[in-house]
Design a protein around this ligand. Structure first.
Ligand code: MLT
Length: 264
């Protein structure tokens, strides 16, 4: 359903009752990437999966946007939905937003899932690639992001074995508003470095990598987990970047066990 948040209509999916769990999607995706987690968790939890501003069914911003503004949207969403505290999960770009949330309002989160994400800011080369992506998005529409990302999201084996998954992912990515993806690309390019934040994270943290993820490789994620006090780290076999969709059973088992400890 749509909610009026900070001057825009944002789409927020919600299912289940219990302690709230907020899951933030990656680029160029929307809440639909969490379908398997929503099914697995919503028997015991209130699972909230928003579409970030400019992505999925949410309004596209007219002015530029930053990770801090995406984070403000989530905090306003929590206020509007009467959620004082929640467990927070971020996948890839959603993880960058989760870092911004922990900088702004650490007391509002009871636990943290970091999936297939990394704490470092972009370097010059990565920024340049984001600019090229923004330009390609204007030229070709959302398919530019889809074509760049699709080969990195799933292992070759999964792409071969699950053509239906490839097709539905491709359709989701091609349906994104191109200009919303431009905003997201620029926001990622100029996001703050979160390496210094890691040691100050004081909520229980679960870090999940995909063993074959080329975007947030397991060694980078292990290093990140080691820097977060008490964090646990798992690398899921047979998963590339999109571990929550590619290996939902293994992913959900880790997440459910973690949430029991966090929300008990
Ligand atoms: C994502 O999956 O959200 C993106 O790959 C993140 C990024 O490009 O840094």
């Amino acid at each position: 359903m749509k909610h009026h948040i900070n001057g825009a209509e944002l789409y927020i999916a919600e299912k289940g009752q219990g302690a709230p769990v907020i899951l933030l999607h990656g680029f160029p995706l929307d809440h639909r990437m969490w379908q398997a987690q929503v099914e697995a968790l919503s028997g015991n939890y209130r699972v909230i999966t928003p579409d970030l501003r400019g992505m999925g069914h949410s309004d596209v911003p007219e002015a530029n946007i930053s990770m801090e503004q995406y984070a403000d949207d989530i905090l306003t969403m929590m206020d509007k939905m009467d959620i004082q505290k929640a467990a927070l999960g971020g996948f890839s770009m959603g993880g960058y937003v989760a870092f911004a949330l922990l900088r702004k309002a650490p007391k509002r989160f009871t636990g943290l899932l970091l999936a297939n994400t990394r704490p470092e800011a972009d370097g010059m080369e990565a920024r340049k690639n984001r600019m090229n992506m923004a330009s390609a998005l204007y030229d070709k529409g959302a398919s530019a992001a889809r074509d760049a990302m699709l080969p990195k999201l799933l292992t070759e084996q999964t792409a071969k074995d699950q053509p239906g998954l490839v097709e539905s992912l491709s359709a989701v990515m091609a349906s994104m508003p191109a200009e919303g993806l431009v905003h997201a690309s620029l926001a990622m390019a100029f996001r703050a470095d979160s390496v210094d934040l890691l040691g100050a994270i004081s909520v229980p943290t679960l870090v999940i990598a995909g063993e074959k993820d080329p975007i947030a490789p397991p060694d980078v994620m292990k290093k990140m987990a080691d820097a977060i006090p008490g964090a646990t780290f798992h690398a899921i076999p047979g998963a590339s970047h999109l571990a929550p969709m590619e290996q939902p059973e293994a992913f959900n088992a880790l997440l459910l066990e973690f949430l029991q400890g966090v929300t008990a």
